[in-house]
Ligand binder design. Structure first.
Ligand code: ADP
Length: 190
Protein backbone atom coordinates (compact mmCIF):
# COMPACT_ATOMS: atom_id res chain seq x y z
CA UNK A 1 0.00 0.00 0.00
CA UNK A 2 1.08 3.54 -0.71
CA UNK A 3 0.56 6.28 1.84
CA UNK A 4 0.77 9.80 0.43
CA UNK A 5 0.58 12.80 2.72
CA UNK A 6 -0.88 15.78 0.85
CA UNK A 7 0.53 18.77 2.68
CA UNK A 8 0.12 22.52 2.44
CA UNK A 9 -1.33 25.61 4.09
CA UNK A 10 -5.09 26.25 4.12
CA UNK A 11 -6.18 27.23 0.63
CA UNK A 12 -3.16 25.66 -1.09
CA UNK A 13 -5.42 23.61 -3.35
CA UNK A 14 -5.24 20.21 -1.63
CA UNK A 15 -8.95 19.49 -1.98
CA UNK A 16 -8.95 20.75 -5.59
CA UNK A 17 -6.09 18.51 -6.69
CA UNK A 18 -7.01 15.44 -4.61
CA UNK A 19 -9.65 14.18 -7.06
CA UNK A 20 -7.33 13.70 -10.01
CA UNK A 21 -4.61 12.25 -7.77
CA UNK A 22 -6.85 9.52 -6.32
CA UNK A 23 -8.10 8.65 -9.79
CA UNK A 24 -4.65 8.38 -11.39
CA UNK A 25 -3.08 6.35 -8.58
CA UNK A 26 -6.16 4.42 -7.37
CA UNK A 27 -6.06 5.89 -3.88
CA UNK A 28 -8.65 6.45 -1.18
CA UNK A 29 -8.96 10.17 -0.40
CA UNK A 30 -9.05 10.76 3.37
CA UNK A 31 -9.65 14.41 4.25
CA UNK A 32 -9.82 14.96 8.00
CA UNK A 33 -11.52 18.33 7.36
CA UNK A 34 -14.27 16.63 5.33
CA UNK A 35 -14.63 13.79 7.84
CA UNK A 36 -15.01 16.35 10.64
CA UNK A 37 -17.51 18.43 8.63
CA UNK A 38 -19.67 15.35 8.10
CA UNK A 39 -19.60 14.63 11.85
CA UNK A 40 -20.79 18.21 12.39
CA UNK A 41 -23.53 17.86 9.77
CA UNK A 42 -24.69 14.62 11.40
CA UNK A 43 -24.76 16.28 14.82
CA UNK A 44 -22.69 13.56 16.51
CA UNK A 45 -21.08 14.21 19.94
CA UNK A 46 -17.70 14.36 18.20
CA UNK A 47 -19.11 16.84 15.67
CA UNK A 48 -20.45 19.06 18.42
CA UNK A 49 -17.04 19.19 20.10
CA UNK A 50 -15.22 19.79 16.81
CA UNK A 51 -17.57 22.55 15.62
CA UNK A 52 -16.47 25.23 18.10
CA UNK A 53 -12.79 24.45 17.59
CA UNK A 54 -13.02 24.52 13.79
CA UNK A 55 -15.10 27.67 13.71
CA UNK A 56 -12.51 29.37 15.91
CA UNK A 57 -9.74 28.39 13.52
CA UNK A 58 -8.20 25.94 16.00
CA UNK A 59 -7.19 22.32 15.59
CA UNK A 60 -9.23 19.48 17.04
CA UNK A 61 -7.35 17.19 19.48
CA UNK A 62 -4.77 14.85 17.93
CA UNK A 63 -6.45 11.69 19.31
CA UNK A 64 -9.70 12.55 17.52
CA UNK A 65 -8.22 12.72 14.03
CA UNK A 66 -5.81 9.85 14.69
CA UNK A 67 -8.75 7.62 15.60
CA UNK A 68 -10.68 8.61 12.46
CA UNK A 69 -7.69 7.85 10.23
CA UNK A 70 -6.86 4.51 11.85
CA UNK A 71 -10.43 3.26 11.53
CA UNK A 72 -10.42 4.15 7.80
CA UNK A 73 -7.12 2.30 7.30
CA UNK A 74 -8.83 -0.78 8.73
CA UNK A 75 -12.10 -0.53 6.84
CA UNK A 76 -11.18 0.66 3.33
CA UNK A 77 -10.42 -2.14 0.85
CA UNK A 78 -9.62 -2.43 -2.85
CA UNK A 79 -7.33 0.56 -3.24
CA UNK A 80 -3.61 0.86 -3.99
CA UNK A 81 -3.15 3.30 -1.15
CA UNK A 82 -4.34 6.40 0.67
CA UNK A 83 -4.13 10.11 0.03
CA UNK A 84 -4.07 11.82 3.43
CA UNK A 85 -5.37 15.36 3.05
CA UNK A 86 -5.09 17.62 6.10
CA UNK A 87 -3.47 14.87 8.18
CA UNK A 88 -1.00 14.91 9.84
CA UNK A 89 -1.17 18.53 10.97
CA UNK A 90 1.09 18.32 14.05
CA UNK A 91 4.34 16.50 14.81
CA UNK A 92 2.43 14.31 17.31
CA UNK A 93 0.01 13.26 14.53
CA UNK A 94 2.93 12.49 12.19
CA UNK A 95 4.51 10.30 14.86
CA UNK A 96 1.18 8.58 15.49
CA UNK A 97 0.84 7.94 11.74
CA UNK A 98 4.32 6.41 11.59
CA UNK A 99 3.45 4.19 14.56
CA UNK A 100 0.14 3.06 12.98
CA UNK A 101 1.91 2.14 9.73
CA UNK A 102 4.86 0.54 11.47
CA UNK A 103 2.54 -1.98 13.17
CA UNK A 104 1.92 -3.42 9.69
CA UNK A 105 5.46 -3.00 8.41
CA UNK A 106 4.48 -0.02 6.25
CA UNK A 107 5.80 3.55 5.95
CA UNK A 108 4.77 6.89 4.48
CA UNK A 109 5.53 6.77 0.74
CA UNK A 110 5.90 10.51 0.21
CA UNK A 111 4.81 13.89 1.51
CA UNK A 112 3.58 15.93 -1.45
CA UNK A 113 3.65 19.54 -0.38
CA UNK A 114 1.70 22.25 -2.21
CA UNK A 115 3.23 25.61 -1.42
CA UNK A 116 1.69 29.05 -1.84
CA UNK A 117 2.61 32.38 -0.21
CA UNK A 118 0.49 33.72 2.69
CA UNK A 119 -1.02 36.53 0.53
CA UNK A 120 -2.48 33.94 -1.82
CA UNK A 121 -3.94 31.95 1.10
CA UNK A 122 -6.16 34.90 1.98
CA UNK A 123 -7.12 35.55 -1.63
CA UNK A 124 -8.07 31.91 -2.32
CA UNK A 125 -10.03 31.46 0.91
CA UNK A 126 -11.96 34.69 0.33
CA UNK A 127 -12.89 33.37 -3.11
CA UNK A 128 -13.85 29.92 -1.73
CA UNK A 129 -15.99 31.49 1.02
CA UNK A 130 -18.39 32.74 -1.65
CA UNK A 131 -18.62 29.36 -3.34
CA UNK A 132 -18.59 26.70 -0.60
CA UNK A 133 -20.06 28.64 2.32
CA UNK A 134 -17.76 27.08 4.95
CA UNK A 135 -18.16 28.75 8.36
CA UNK A 136 -14.38 28.76 8.95
CA UNK A 137 -13.75 30.60 5.65
CA UNK A 138 -16.19 33.44 6.29
CA UNK A 139 -14.50 35.51 9.01
CA UNK A 140 -11.10 37.12 8.35
CA UNK A 141 -10.00 36.73 11.99
CA UNK A 142 -10.70 32.99 11.84
CA UNK A 143 -8.73 32.63 8.60
CA UNK A 144 -5.90 34.62 10.25
CA UNK A 145 -5.92 32.19 13.20
CA UNK A 146 -5.82 29.19 10.84
CA UNK A 147 -2.77 30.65 9.10
CA UNK A 148 -1.11 31.28 12.47
CA UNK A 149 -1.94 27.74 13.61
CA UNK A 150 -0.49 26.43 10.34
CA UNK A 151 2.81 28.26 10.85
CA UNK A 152 3.10 27.30 14.53
CA UNK A 153 1.93 23.69 14.56
CA UNK A 154 1.89 22.33 11.01
CA UNK A 155 4.86 23.92 9.26
CA UNK A 156 7.38 22.01 11.45
CA UNK A 157 6.28 18.91 9.55
CA UNK A 158 8.30 20.15 6.56
CA UNK A 159 11.52 19.49 8.50
CA UNK A 160 10.08 16.23 9.84
CA UNK A 161 9.48 14.85 6.34
CA UNK A 162 12.71 16.33 4.95
CA UNK A 163 14.64 14.44 7.62
CA UNK A 164 12.81 11.24 6.69
CA UNK A 165 13.65 11.89 3.01
CA UNK A 166 9.97 11.92 2.14
CA UNK A 167 9.47 15.59 1.33
CA UNK A 168 8.49 16.64 -2.21
CA UNK A 169 7.58 20.28 -2.65
CA UNK A 170 5.42 21.50 -5.51
CA UNK A 171 4.83 25.10 -6.50
CA UNK A 172 1.10 25.63 -5.90
CA UNK A 173 0.97 28.94 -7.77
CA UNK A 174 -0.52 28.63 -11.25
CA UNK A 175 -3.61 27.27 -12.94
CA UNK A 176 -5.27 24.07 -11.66
CA UNK A 177 -3.98 22.22 -14.76
CA UNK A 178 -0.42 23.47 -14.33
CA UNK A 179 -0.29 22.46 -10.67
CA UNK A 180 -1.84 19.05 -11.46
CA UNK A 181 0.86 18.33 -14.08
CA UNK A 182 3.60 19.28 -11.60
CA UNK A 183 2.09 16.91 -9.02
CA UNK A 184 1.82 14.03 -11.50
CA UNK A 185 5.39 14.42 -12.70
CA UNK A 186 6.55 14.13 -9.08
CA UNK A 187 4.21 11.29 -8.03
CA UNK A 188 4.70 9.11 -11.12
CA UNK A 189 8.02 7.94 -9.63
CA UNK A 190 6.33 6.08 -6.74
P1 ADP B 1 -8.04 23.81 5.26
O1 ADP B 1 -6.99 22.94 4.61
O2 ADP B 1 -8.62 24.82 4.32
O3 ADP B 1 -7.58 24.42 6.55
P2 ADP B 1 -9.54 21.45 6.20
O4 ADP B 1 -10.83 21.07 5.59
O5 ADP B 1 -8.36 20.57 5.94
O6 ADP B 1 -9.28 22.93 5.67
O7 ADP B 1 -9.69 21.59 7.79
C1 ADP B 1 -10.67 22.39 8.38
C2 ADP B 1 -10.49 22.41 9.89
O8 ADP B 1 -10.68 21.08 10.44
C3 ADP B 1 -9.11 22.83 10.40
O9 ADP B 1 -8.96 24.24 10.48
C4 ADP B 1 -9.09 22.17 11.79
O10 ADP B 1 -9.85 22.89 12.72
C5 ADP B 1 -9.81 20.86 11.54
N1 ADP B 1 -8.84 19.79 11.19
C6 ADP B 1 -8.71 19.20 9.98
N2 ADP B 1 -7.72 18.29 9.99
C7 ADP B 1 -7.20 18.31 11.24
C8 ADP B 1 -6.14 17.63 11.88
N3 ADP B 1 -5.38 16.72 11.23
N4 ADP B 1 -5.88 17.90 13.17
C9 ADP B 1 -6.60 18.79 13.85
N5 ADP B 1 -7.61 19.49 13.32
C10 ADP B 1 -7.91 19.26 12.02
Amino acid sequence: MKYFVLFGPPGAGKGTQAGSMVERYKLCHLSTGELLRSEIAAGTPLGLKAKALIEGGNLVPDEVVEGMIESKFKSVKDVDGFLLDGFPRTIAQAEALDAMLDKNGETVTACVSLMIPDELIHERIAHRANIEGRADDARPEVVENRVKTYHAKTEPLIEFYKKANHYHEIDGVGTIDEVRERIFSEMDQF
